[in-house]
Design a binder for this molecule. Structure first.
Ligand SMILES: *Cc1c(COP(=O)(O)O)cnc(C)c1O
Length: 379
């Protein structure tokens, strides 16, 4: 039952209109930031999800860096974030001098355990940083309640969470700020790319300035000021309109992309569900969350079991990959460790494996992959 062809982990999907829109951007002779296609993308997100204000950025990492600047993060400020996440989630705040206080994952999925946050809050805490892993919502109500109680800001790392919801609210619309990614490995892509969502109005004006090198250029182009100059710190966080043109073609096909990804996800889930009896954990979606089919993963009992599974699939020409390594144990964080154990984060670091997942993955291949895995665990 060997799958003769190589089944990669990720294959980017192109809708066909990307190059058409890029050509339009080029023909219009306006390819720097905030051109026609950037505005179309902004309108799309503000209308479809009711985000108060969105700004395309060159990556989710950049959007997170903007968030840290907007929140005036200073040396000594503390940020509570999961250990099981991508480095950018916390690096953006470390760049401004923040101390990261890691919180463990829950037992049912890798999202932060909301019951363990309050005990980590000190007088220096400024931000809670929930990461919606695999596009599945963190339990946002208790997080927002804590933020209110202790006067903290919430920044959602919604990099993987496009078109996903918490109790009917779009992810990215709940925290004061949120960051999305359009990296080639996400559901909706532009190669590299990202977006900052500003839900708290007090940050809107300054967010435009920080994104435009610390100048009030955006206000100038709207005719609100008669000259523009240096008014704040900032950097160049805005993408070229060529990237926005690419992204817009993807956004026009969002429903089509999501529909197919959900079919693939459901096919995996139905076929692999019996593995739960063998002690393999499948993705868990709480009642308050939706599934945006960002990825499909399994969690093995040990790093050895996972390595064997990955090697086995590789021998069948199927490429599965593990994911994050607990950041509290990372080389960079070594000297700042407080030596709290975060066993659930380590559990996902050791056991989680992501299966091939992309728009053009055929039902037949999903079937082959699932049959191989089921047979593998029979023995
Ligand atoms: C992909 C990802 C990022 C980084 O996104 P970029 O657009 O590549 O900067 C950050 N956080 C999480 C959780 C991600 O999955």
């Amino acid at each position: 039952m060997k799958s003769k062809e190589h089944i990669g982990f990720n294959v980017p999907y192109f809708t066909g209109n990307e190059t058409v829109y890029i050509k339009q951007a080029v023909d219009s002779c306006k390819i720097s930031g905030d051109g026609m296609f950037t505005k179309k993308c902004h309108d799309f997100f503000e209308k479809k999800y009711g985000f108060k204000k969105v700004l395309l950025t060159t990556s989710c990492t950049d959007a997170l860096e903007m968030a840290a600047i907007l929140l005036n993060i200073q040396p000594g400020d503390e940020v509570i974030a999961p250990s099981y996440t991508f480095v950018s989630t916390v690096n953006a705040f470390v760049l401004r001098g923040a101390k990261i206080v890691f919180v463990d994952s829950g037992t049912q999925n890798p999202n932060m355990d909301v019951n363990k946050i309050e005990q980590l809050i000190t007088k220096n805490t400024k931000v809670i940083l929930p990461v919606h892993y695999a596009g599945i919502a963190c339990d946002m109500d208790p997080i927002m309640t804590l933020a209110d109680k202790y006067n903290l800001f919430v920044v959602e790392d919604a990099a993987q969470a496009i078109d996903s919801f918490y109790k009917g609210k779009p992810l990215g619309s709940i925290g004061h700020l949120a960051a999305f990614s359009f990296h080639e490995t996400k559901n909706i892509i532009s190669g590299e790319g990202g977006m900052l969502v500003i839900n708290d109005e007090q940050f809107i004006e300054r967010s435009e300035i920080i994104r435009e090198k610390g100048t009030n250029r955006s206000q100038f182009f709207r005719g609100e000021v008669d000259k523009y100059g240096w008014v704040d710190i900032g950097s160049s966080f805005l993408p070229s309109d060529i990237i926005a043109a690419f992204l817009y073609a993807q956004l026009e096909n969002l429903d089509k992309i999501q529909t197919r990804r959900k079919q693939i996800w459901n096919q995996y889930y139905e076929a692999l569900k019996p593995l739960e009896e063998k002690g393999i954990q499948l993705p868990y979606i709480p009642d308050f969350a939706t599934n945006n089919a960002h990825m499909f993963y399994l969690v093995c009992n040990s790093i050895e079991a996972r390595t064997k599974l990955i090697d086995y699939l590789k021998s069948e020409n199927i490429y599965s990959v593990f994911h994050y390594l607990s950041l509290h144990k990372s080389e960079y964080y070594k000297n700042q460790r407080d030596h709290r154990e975060l066993p659930e984060s380590d559990f996902y670091s050791d056991g989680l494996v992501r299966l091939p997942f992309y728009f053009s993955l055929s039902n037949k291949y999903v079937d082959v992959i699932c049959s191989l895995i089921i047979n593998y665990f029979k023995n």
